[in-house]
Design a protein around this ligand. Structure first.
Ligand SMILES: Nc1nc2c(c(=O)[nH]1)N[C@H]1C(S)=C(S)[C@@H](COP(=O)(O)O)O[C@H]1N2
Ligand SMILES: [Mo]
Length: 250
């Protein structure tokens, strides 16, 4: 793996400092007020769990409030691409789903005007962009890759998605699921990726399509997407429902 230069990691350090600042600025008293948890019975079995969940939800709101729709994730030269780019999922690489591109249809649901399903060929007729960005996994690794595909805001516009809705949710061929806030969905670098490098997205990286979100941690980049839905009802996610912070900006 390539050695990190300080210029590469500085944006990440800024994020970490910001998180530390948010954490330090919160007293236990303030936390009880924000979370609605009472401190009078700290022995309650789920007390700590409720405090931590409340803190994470508070953190979601603060992160959403300071997220800038115009602030761009760093981009890198192609020479910085990590080779080979790592595979990761909640299973081993050999278990990655096999999706038949010929019969595949991307289903649409929720607050969308035109819910007609999409074939891979139709998706490929939409405007195409590529980007070299850093993928940061919560498990402690990061890697630079190149993804190409349809700017997600273009796709959302095209299908008549209600942009005033709170969430965009994703269901995947392997049972994985996730969701993002609408401002992130509309961010200029959020990509409905059909390609890795200069070729079709291979099976391990999410064929036929994944969402590439360089402003969020890796687990908020769903692979093998089979359904996209727009909703005001909090959809959660595979890792989010197990306690990972929902907003998880990078
Ligand atoms: N469908 C699906 N998408 C997923 C996952 C998964 O298990 N299934 N894992 C997530 C996590 S934790 C990471 S780090 C990235 C890994 O993507 P990669 O295999 O392209 O490196 O995919 C994300 N998207
Ligand atoms: Mo990850």
């Amino acid at each position: 793996m390539k050695r990190l230069r300080i210029g590469d990691i500085r944006p990440d350090i800024k994020q970490i400092e910001r998180r530390a600042f948010l954490r330090q600025s919160l007293s236990l008293g303030a936390l009880t007020m924000l979370t609605g948890c009472s401190l009078d019975n700290p022995a309650a079995p789920d007390f700590i769990d409720r405090v931590l969940k409340g803190m994470s939800h508070w953190n979601d709101r603060v992160q959403a409030a300071i997220f800038s729709p115009t602030r761009l994730a760093p981009v890198y030269p192609e020479s910085a691409i990590t080779k080979p780019f790592p595979f990761n999922a909640f299973y081993a690489e050999a278990q990655a789903p096999v999706v038949d591109g010929a019969t595949y249809r991307l289903e649409l649901a929720g607050m969308i005007a035109d819910k007609r399903p999409w074939t891979v060929a139709d998706l490929r007729k939409l405007p195409h962009e590529s980007q070299v960005t850093r993928h940061i996994c919560v498990e402690g690794w990061s890697a630079i890759g190149k993804w190409g595909g349809v700017p997600f805001h273009v796709f959302l516009e095209r299908i008549g998605a209600d942009k005033t809705a709170k969430y965009v949710g994703f269901k995947c061929a392997d049972g994985y699921y996730s969701s993002i806030d609408m401002p992130t969905a509309l961010h200029p670098q959020t990509l409905l990726a059909l390609d890795y490098g200069d070729a079709e997205l291979p099976r391990k990286y999410g064929y036929p399509m994944k969402l590439r979100v360089p402003t969020k941690l890796g687990f908020k980049n769903p692979k093998h997407i089979t359904e996209i839905f727009v909703t005001n009802d909090y959809p959660g996610g595979y890792w989010e429902d197990q306690g990972y912070n929902w907003f998880s900006g990078s």
